[in-house]
Design a protein around this ligand. Structure first.
Ligand code: HPA
Ligand code: ZN
Length: 326
């Protein structure tokens, strides 16, 4: 059987995608021109050549630099629409998108400008492309608790457009415990919770995300395999892990795809899913991530369908919508 053809046909659900990480260099240059923003790289090619990362922080430095070109509601709309068009062509039927409001509000962009542009595209994407979606507000963990609370307050008028809060940015030194109270406040608003944990940070951060932040999914979580008790708990609770294979190799979490722990995770009974994280920076969207793991582990139809099904089950869709995908 042709695995490439199967991957192309597979109904895909994306659960770990930073919308700011879909900003392709060409679009970045176009927005910079439109908004009169000076860039530190002379050309699209020079910028792309700089996407040579050695850890999470080396990526984040460029990622936050890139956000400077996003200024208007139209920018956020076009950014989101371009992502939806690309993934619709790859067979993505549902996507749950992170956005980083603090990376914009700290530059003087209004929260409403950001969310209005993103959600205008999400609504159009559902109607015109048939891609359903949900939106997850991420707090930047390198900033303090007060800043996260201020962001949650700014989100209050828009809570009907947000399904969950998440936690991203520089992991090591910023444990989930730092955000226990703001996550509790978010849950009191009726929001679900997720958190990046165990990407570069230790297994203890995954325990904290479960116990203190009461998450419904762990984002990344690949370092869980270092702690047998943690793996047992994650299996027992059927806790989804949103794994991002190309991100993990590009950020040197693993030296190459064959060294990735995905297969070990699936063999242990963990609910791993495949996602693209920041596709414009890491060399691929959903299809490229599926292809990379299929080739590295020689996955057949059984594994590919199991991964696809894990994502449907781990999504925040209601039971009826899940049944329509599978
Ligand atoms: N990890 C942490 N923060 C991020 C990431 C990631 O993979 N992508 C965008 N912000
Ligand atoms: Zn991420």
């Amino acid at each position: 059987m042709d695995m490439g053809a199967l991957i192309a046909r597979l109904p895909k659900v994306e659960l770990h995608l930073h919308i700011e990480g879909t900003l392709e260099p060409e679009q970045l240059f176009a927005f910079a021109k439109r908004n009169g923003v000076a860039l530190s790289h002379p050309s699209v090619e020079a910028l792309r050549a700089a996407y040579d990362f050695h850890n999470l922080q080396s990526f984040l430095d460029l990622y936050y630099q890139g956000t400077a070109v996003l200024q208007t509601e139209l920018d956020f709309y076009e950014l989101t629409m371009a992502y939806l068009e690309r993934v619709a062509a790859q067979g993505v039927v549902h996507t749950e998108i992170f956005f980083d409001p603090q990376s914009h509000t700290d530059r003087g962009i209004a929260f409403g400008t950001v969310i209005d542009g993103i959600t205008r595209a999400l609504t159009e994407g559902e109607q015109r492309l048939g891609v359903s979606s949900k939106l997850i507000l991420c707090f930047l963990r390198h900033l303090d608790e007060d800043a996260a609370f201020a962001t949650l307050r700014q989100a209050e008028p828009y809570l009907d457009r947000i399904v969950a809060v998440g936690l991203d940015s520089s992991e090591v030194g910023h444990p989930p415990s730092k955000f226990e109270r703001v996550f509790s406040a978010a849950r009191e608003h009726g929001l679900l919770t997720v958190a990046h944990a165990g990407e570069e940070g230790p297994p203890e951060y995954i325990w904290e995300a479960l116990d203190l932040l009461k998450v419904s999914r762990i984002d990344h979580g690949v370092r869980c395999v270092e702690d047998a008790n943690l793996v047992a708990r994650l299996v027992e609770e059927k806790m989804p892990l949103t794994v991002c294979p190309l991100s993990n190799t590009r950020l040197c979490v693993f030296p190459d795809m064959r060294a990735h722990t995905l297969k070990q995770m699936l063999d242990a009974g963990l609910k791993a899913t495949i996602n693209s994280d920041d596709p414009a920076y890491f060399g691929g969207y959903m299809t490229e991530n599926f292809t990379a793991v299929q080739e590295a582990f020689d996955f057949g139809p059984e594994e590919l369908l199991a991964l696809s099904l894990n994502s449907v089950e781990a999504s925040f869709l209601d039971a009826g919508a899940k049944a329509r995908i599978t």
